[in-house]
Design a protein around this ligand. Structure first.
Ligand SMILES: [Zn+2]
Length: 268
């Protein structure tokens, strides 16, 4: 795998003159790519095409240390926007993330007051509002970053009716995209618990909300259990799980919903 990465990357110097219409065409053929490419270059980044991305299961990646955004030749505009948001986040927010977050939580500040006015107008009110909300919930940096990228994707593809991932069936592309952000939120908050630290009330609220959205109606129970410190493995894998704290058995059905197994109780 390493040798593949050593191959010279194809730097995009010129975009194809042919443009594609529609909401979500291929990134390289999108009429607005020229504009984005300019911003990217101004910040010292390059856009590269690397067909080996797909070997890693990625549609694109953002590599701040190599100063590039890498796409597959057939990456969609949606995928590019996801990567481009990571670049913006890296350049404008990441370095001072926890300082900003502290001010939002403790002093009720807004990113509008914390960022330079030109950055505020560059990001626009919608993104500022999103940052305030997510950072105010105490979500860790990766969770906020991924959620912001996903929100940009959803702005483009449209957010249809929410389909909880755990209910199985066909997921809309929007639901899959949203699910990606929720997984990051849950995982990053879980890492705090894994370190043995406790969650703030706002973080517990965010965790509960994310779990509820992922798990549908049975999420209340599962969120409750997680917050009480039940090992995550009991929650994420299939099969029947004994939850010591509540002396109950849970199982996940084929459609991904959680149920309490009635009639079995361990004698304590
Ligand atoms: Zn991402």
């Amino acid at each position: 795998m390493q040798e593949i990465r050593e191959l010279p990357l194809l730097v995009v110097d010129e975009l194809p003159s042919k443009k594609m219409k529609g909401r979500n065409p291929l990134a390289l053929f999108h009429p607005e790519m020229e504009k984005y490419l300019e911003v990217l270059r101004e910040k010292g980044y390059e856009l590269v095409i690397d067909p080996t991305n797909s070997l890693y299961g990625a549609g694109a990646y953002f590599a701040p240390s190599e100063k590039l955004i890498s796409l597959n030749p057939n990456s969609s505009w949606q995928t590019f926007l996801h990567g481009f948001q990571h670049l913006e986040f890296h350049e404008l927010i990441k370095r001072e993330f926890y300082t900003f977050q502290d001010k939002i939580i403790r002093q009720g500040s807004s990113m509008e007051d914390l960022l330079q006015p030109e950055i505020v107008s560059y990001l626009g009110p919608k993104k500022i509002q999103r940052l305030d909300k997510l950072m105010g919930q105490g979500l860790p940096v990766t969770a906020v970053n991924e959620t912001m990228s996903v929100s940009d994707e959803l702005d483009l593809i449209g957010f249809k009716k929410w389909v909880p991932s755990a209910l199985g069936g066909k997921l809309t592309s929007a639901a899959l995209t949203q699910d990606y952000a929720l997984r990051h939120q849950i995982n990053e908050l879980r890492k705090i618990l894994d370190r043995g630290a406790t969650l703030t009330d706002a973080q517990k609220g965010a965790l509960r909300q994310a779990l509820l959205k992922r798990l549908g109606g049975n999420g209340v129970l599962v969120a409750d259990l997680l917050i009480m410190g039940v090992p995550p493995v009991a929650i994420i894998s299939g099969g029947i799980h004994y939850i010591k704290e509540k002396n109950i058995y849970l199982y996940k059905d084929d459609e991904g919903s959680w149920h309490i197994v009635q009639g079995i109780k361990k004698n304590q």
